[in-house]
Write a protein that binds this ligand. Structure first.
Ligand code: CO
Length: 209
């Protein structure tokens, strides 16, 4: 059997199992979605949003890219963000990074990855901002772990810098932003930071409404 055929077969088994547990599951799913969460995670195959949070379809609106970045020119991410905040009215946005992230590791090297360099520049900039702290860590693994954490925090700030989030904060006092890190060694998520509607945003990034 081809590996792709296995996925189709597994899908049928999964759908049957869902129906067995809850015969209305798909009828309910096909009506509408009302997720409370937007998840901005890494594309890494080992960090699937629903599986590691033990949630069902319908519970999390998901955007994934290499190294879970929030880039202010990324039309894809901004469209997802706007739709999640303004139409789905999510209560929480979770930026979830992970230790051992290949994207972060690649950005720490001098290797050229072609087009991908442009994407990784965003992480190199974070390294530049925190160079003193990072260069103070002599062990590569420690520096790597710390850059993963610093990048997650920076992505949360990047969300707070957007008009979309500031507008929702001003008028609806939501969403709460979370920076989470996932450890593949034990499967555990930890919260690194949180930002709410009344937390200060750097003045230069603040918009008038
Ligand atoms: Co990653």
């Amino acid at each position: 059997m081809k590996s792709s055929d296995r996925l189709l077969l597994e899908n049928k088994a999964w759908a049957q199992e869902k129906l067995f547990i809850d015969k209305d599951f798909f009828r309910r799913m096909s009506k509408d979605q009302t997720p409370e969460f937007l998840w901005i995670g890494c594309s890494d195959s080992r960090v699937p949003a629903n599986e590691i949070t033990n949630t069902d379809p319908g519970e999390i609106f998901v955007q994934r890219n290499i190294a879970n970045l929030v880039v202010n020119t990324d039309l894809n991410l901004l469209s997802v963000l706007q739709y999640a905040v303004e139409e789905l009215k999510v209560k929480h946005i979770i930026v979830c990074g992970h230790y051992g992230c290949g994207g972060v590791k690649a950005a720490m090297t001098k290797k050229s990855f072609g087009m991908l360099n442009k994407w990784l520049h965003n992480i190199k900039d974070i390294y530049r901002i925190h160079k003193t702290e990072l260069d103070g860590l002599s062990v590569f693994e420690e520096r790597f772990d710390r850059l993963v954490e610093l990048s997650i925090r920076e992505q949360v700030f990047n969300l707070a810098k957007t008009y979309i989030v500031q507008n929702a904060w001003k008028h609806h006092q939501r969403p709460t932003l979370h920076g989470w890190v996932y450890d593949m060694k034990d499967g555990i998520l930890n919260e690194l930071c949180q930002m709410k509607h009344d937390d200060p945003v750097d003045e230069i990034f603040r918009y008038d409404f």
